[in-house]
Design a protein around this ligand. Structure first.
Ligand code: ZN
Length: 244
């Protein structure tokens, strides 16, 4: 059983299509939220997620465009894109975003959230202190997260209580070990921020206990043209070139 892990697509249809083309075979998909925001193809990306029959959680942008998260949490460019997106969305797609859960359980002790288990919508897990607190408060084997747009993995070794962080900005392979617990971010499909502009996604192979993270190039200039033609802030187009 293989699960494709998609997160932070952010209305980037070129990136999601390149990722889906790159994925050979998976049995199902999960989506860790922020399907919309920043980019110019919100309806297309929501419909893609629906077509894939993804198990899906909502992210801060998904909930902000339907009025469930206050837009004052966002910077100017993000806010402009949220307001623009909420004007574009079809009724069905609004209802889809409204229906999203904050947390899903994939199997015994394997969870998926957008931000973190203690604040699924807004919290970023960016350092070992935050990771340590979350490992101690929540009893999971693996928690898949998105939100930071940084591909990487925190692991807790239960033999010596040591926490490690490995950055996967160029992709890589995580072998799930018996005495460790994990917080895994497979990176962002549509707006990577780890310095690598390529789209990022993961595949979790349950049978072998392996998570692979992959990076895929996509026609960034097409996405940038659409953002500019839509009248969205130019900074949202520019950052895609740098993966920031
Ligand atoms: Zn995001």
């Amino acid at each position: 059983m293989k699960i494709g892990i998609l997160s932070d697509i952010h209305s980037n249809s070129e990136a999601i299509n390149s990722v889906l083309k790159n994925i050979k075979r998976v049995d199902e998909f999960i989506c860790l939220g922020d399907i919309v925001g920043y980019g110019a193809d919100p309806n297309y990306c929501i419909e893609k997620v629906k077509d894939l029959n993804c198990k899906c959680v909502g992210g801060n942008h998904d909930f902000a465009v339907v009025g469930k998260v206050n837009i004052n949490y966002f910077n100017y460019a993000a806010r402009a894109a949220i307001l623009w997106t909420s004007r574009q969305l079809k009724k069905d797609n609004i209802n889809f975003l409204l229906s999203l859960n904050k947390k899903i359980e994939l199997k015994n002790k394997v969870f998926a959230v957008h931000g973190s288990p203690q604040d699924p919508i807004l919290e970023y897990i960016l350092d070992k202190n935050t990771a340590s607190l979350i490992f101690s408060k929540f009893n999971f084997k693996i928690c898949f997260v998105g939100h930071s747009h940084l591909a990487g993995c925190f692991s807790l070794d239960e033999n010596n209580n040591q926490i490690d962080y490995i950055n996967y900005r160029n992709g890589g392979r995580i072998e799930i070990s018996k005495n460790k617990r994990y917080i895994i971010n497979c990176g962002s499909v549509g707006q990577p921020r780890d310095g690598n502009p390529k789209a990022s996604y993961g595949i979790y192979d349950l049978k072998y206990g392996i998570v692979n993270i992959y990076r895929v190039s996509y026609p960034i200039h097409l996405t940038q043209d659409k953002i500019i033609n839509a009248g969205l802030p130019k900074s949202l187009a520019d950052r895609l070139s740098y993966g920031r």
